[in-house]
Write a protein that binds this ligand. Structure first.
Ligand code: NCD
Length: 322
């Protein structure tokens, strides 16, 4: 694997390999010294053109736990504000010879473009409304951890599917792992033709009871015009996941950040069925596994011919730093 641009690039076997590696790294996270030397001497550049709490912090932590050097770049406060283009910014920062670039932008397809401009491994950490593959991987990890197997499970993805890169990546990933996926929400927030991805579509929550897992999405007001929902109050009345709609045997997921009281009621967020915090925890080990998959054993753009490869830890035995 040279880049992680889309979840479509990963077949079931590759997803399972990354999840298994993440489970091995989970053991590292439980230690007092939460570090292995696997990526010592490698450099990971986090390039974020959009707001992020979970994704950026967990990529940073993941790289640091693997002993890589990390440079965090946020578009605000940078020369992007002076008009520097994505291409020029990438080429400028490539002078530091990053081995991997973790990229979040509001533009669909940007990660794929950047992968053609430089020698680093590119990880798509969200490109507009298009894809968010590491979110899908950490959600598969969380579900597998809770359910044992995803095979045959019914997953309902509820809410603002139209603006959600998480929805697109997760529909593909959950189905690849054997789940049946239904998307549900107001017709204005369900993209036409989404069923070509293999999922079912519902415009009401009348059959929500058939779900094993309810995956709620954030109402993405920053990407929405005025016309898509009459009001958040009306949306909540029809589609909010609350104690009345969620049955005690169902698991509740959400990628965060949550609009408390809009797509989820406070009581379900704080209920034992919610695995939202477990999703965040999974983010670190799954991103460690992705960086490991991309960089361990790969020659960095900075290594001269004949230069010795940095030592890597065998896949099945993460080691503590001496
Ligand atoms: C999501 C995103 O940015 O796509 N958040 C995340 O990465 N955990 C979902 C969202 O913003 O609603």
């Amino acid at each position: 694997m040279n880049h992680l641009l889309s979840i479509e690039d990963l077949d079931r076997e590759a997803i399972e390999r990354i999840i298994a590696q993440a489970a091995r790294f989970a053991e590292v996270s439980d230690r007092e010294i939460k570090k292995v030397p696997t990526l010592r001497g490698r450099m990971v550049l986090n390039l974020f053109y959009e707001a992020s709490t979970r994704t950026r912090s967990s990529f940073e932590l993941a790289a640091k736990r693997l002993s890589a050097d990390v440079v965090n770049f946020a578009a605000s406060g940078s020369s992007v504000e002076k008009g520097e283009s994505l291409k020029d910014t990438v080429l400028t920062l490539s002078a530091h010879k990053p081995d991997a670039i973790v990229l979040r932008t509001p533009w669909a397809g940007a990660a794929a473009l950047v992968s053609q401009w430089c020698g680093a491994a590119i990880v798509n950490a969200g490109d507009g409304k298009h894809e968010h593959p590491t979110q899908a991987l950490l959600d598969v990890y969380t579900l597998k951890d809770r359910l044992g197997s995803i095979e045959g499970a019914s997953v309902w993805i509820v809410g603002d599917v139209a603006h959600s890169r998480v929805a697109r990546s997760n529909i593909i990933a959950f189905q690849r792992m054997g789940a049946r996926v239904t998307v549900a929400g107001p017709p204005t927030l369900i993209p036409r033709g989404i069923e070509t991805l293999g999922c079912e579509v519902r415009f009401t929550l009348d059959e929500l009871d058939s779900a094993d897992v309810v995956y709620a999405l954030r109402m993405q007001r920053e990407r929405m015009g005025d016309t898509q929902v009459p009001s958040l109050r009306e949306y909540s009345a029809l589609y909010q996941i609350n104690a009345r709609r969620l049955s005690p045997r169902q698991l509740l997921m959400h990628p965060g950040p949550v609009n408390r009281g809009v797509e989820l009621s406070g009581e379900v967020i704080d209920s034992p069925q919610a695995v939202i915090t477990a999703q965040v925890e999974a983010g670190v080990v799954v991103r460690m596994a992705v960086l490991y998959e991309l960089l361990a054993g790969r020659r960095g753009p900075s290594s001269a011919p004949g230069q010795r490869e940095p030592s890597t830890v065998a896949a099945d035995e993460p080691r503590q730093l001496a």
